[in-house]
Each structure stands twice: as C-alpha cells, then as structure tokens.
Design a protein around this ligand. Sequence first.
Ligand code: ATP
Length: 236
Amino acid sequence: MNEQIRVSHYGATFGKKTILKDLSFSLAGNQLTVVLGENGAGKTTLIKAILQAALVKSKGKPVQTIQVQAKRLAYVPQFRDLGADYPLSIQSFVGLGIRDHGLPWLTKKEKAAVSDALRRLDLAEIADLPLAKASGGQKQRAYIAQALAKKPDLLILDEPSSALDGKHAAFLVEQIRQVQQDFQMGVLWISHDTSWVRKTADSFLWLHDQTVTMGAAKDLPKEADSKHREEVLHVF
Ligand SMILES: Nc1ncnc2c1ncn2[C@@H]1O[C@H](COP(=O)(O)OP(=O)(O)OP(=O)(O)O)[C@@H](O)[C@H]1O
C-alpha cells in the first residue's frame, strides 16, 4: 500500500473529557476517504492533529503518533464568508497562494492550473465576478478550486457540501471524485451526508464511542447512517 497517513495510538483529551482513545489506522495515498461521526465525535480534532503532524514533519521534526507523507497539502475548512468588501475576483482568489517561486506573477503552468480548477468547479463563466458578490455555493466552490489549483497530493475537506443544495452537493461529489482520480491524490472528506459514500468513496473512518471503525466504503455499517438521522431529526 502506498501509505500516506499513519496514526499509531492517537488519543485526545480535553480537561477530564476523553474524546478519542488509542486510535490506530493507516490510509493509502490515492484514495477518497470519508470521515464520519456524530457532532462532537472528534472529526475536527483528528483532522487538526493530522494537519499539525504534516506541518511539524515539514519542518523536519518527525512525530511518533501521526505521520503524514504528503509534499503538498491543501485544507478547506468549514464554510466561511470573507465579507462584503473582499476585493478579489473569483479567478484571482483561486490563484492566491499557488506560486512556487519568488516571482510576483503566475507562470503559464500555474495559470493553467487555475483555469483547470475553475473549469472543474464550474466557475469558469463567472471567473471575473468579485468573490464578495458570489452566492454561498459559488464561494464554497471557489474555496475548493483554490485548494485544487495547488495540485495537492493530500486534500482535506471539512464538510464542503454543507452550504450546497442536493443538486450541487451531488455535482461536488462527482467533481472531487474525478479530480482525485485524475491527480491520483489522497482526499480526506469530513461529511455528515452518507448518501453517496458507499457508491462513490473508497474507504470510511467512522468515529464513535471514542474509537474508530474503518473499512471499504461499500461496507459502511448502517449504524453510521442511523446515528446521523437521529442527529438531523434533533436539529430540525
Ligand atoms: N480546544 C478544545 N478544548 C476543549 N474541548 C474541545 C476543544 N476542541 C474540541 N473540544 C471538544 O471535543 C469534542 C469533539 O470536538 P470536534 O470539533 O472534534 O467534533 P466533531 O466531530 O468535529 O463535531 P462537529 O460535527 O460538531 O463539527 C467536542 O465535545 C468539543 O467541544
């Protein structure tokens, strides 16, 4: 297996509350893994620990508990609004942060990566629109396009479809799956919606009862769905 993330005996405790206990698993580099679990199960805590481990490693300090083999990592946090006076167009925003050199402009290759990301996220026709004027769903897709333009080998998405309606959420699943296969990258996708997981993802990490159950996406246990449904009924 082309291992990208290895977690060995990881635990998280806040004060007296243990959130995760003795987690061990490893993930291959070119697969789409969905991270599931009810509110408070520890999904964000685990993702933060993985991000931190990747950053520490890049400074040349190997960590024991979590090891991440990714040269280029991109992370899209939960939906955030950058405000009504944000000045950049969608295209400029997507091009931010991909420069691999000291020059103040983008190379041809980098411009091509921006165009490709815009096209894949169905933003090419509104590339010149100020990001501040875009709808919530368009903004969300712009954040993902910005991450994709970096051509990461590990992409971490924290509930990327939460601001999207059913049709656009399904579109996003298709696009991310396609780009994951085209780029042969690892994707860790935190999701509350399990409807697409068995058919489209490769594997799942289900956090529950302070521990993790992992497996092939097609074998996702029904309990992972029902917990979610209880949760949704609770909210509405
Ligand atoms: N820095 C912290 N200090 C204290 N408690 C924390 C801290 N970070 C997280 N927690 C607690 O740990 C638990 C897990 O939080 P986490 O955000 O990882 O859950 P989650 O699975 O991502 O939930 P959600 O689906 O609601 O985003 C929660 O009870 C949260 O309040």
